[in-house]
Ligand binder design. Sequence first.
Ligand code: FES
Length: 174
Amino acid sequence: MYTQKVMDHFASPRNVGEMPDADGIGEVGNPACGDMMTVYIKVEDNRIVDLKYKTFGCVAAIAVSSIVSEMSKGLTLEEAKKMSKKAAAEELGGLPKEKMHCSNLGADALLKAIEDYEAKRDGRKSKDAGPEKEVKTAEDAPEAGSDRHLCAGCGKENPEGASFCMHCGHSLKS
Ligand code: FES
């Protein structure tokens, strides 16, 4: 059912862990199954120089996380953003059809980590040398009086207590 490469990355996932000094963090949930992935990236000169992740998911999700961590190191942010959701599955020698949705997790979390990095970078630039202050993103800044259960990513409603948007996978944590 799974290729040897999938089983290898599942049994020995590369680059697992957290990164306390990450430049960008991306967290997504898979709306199809509720599995979760958090990606941490370190960026230098517009390139991803290090990546760590924590994945709560199936065999395919863990193998995809591992291969994405290998594929994205050394890429420019633009190259990493263009990494297709199918690329990780292809690199693993394919995934069973019913597991293709699992490959979305890796690309989506990586994209969110890059967006988080860019938001922080742009926030710092605009403040110039001002005191360090938390950067606001769409996720952190719901409109006044807005319902916290509305997703900042797609605007759709979610059940109370949900950590991730059931429609688009966007994190609902503030
Ligand atoms: Fe959830 Fe694979 S079944 S990511």
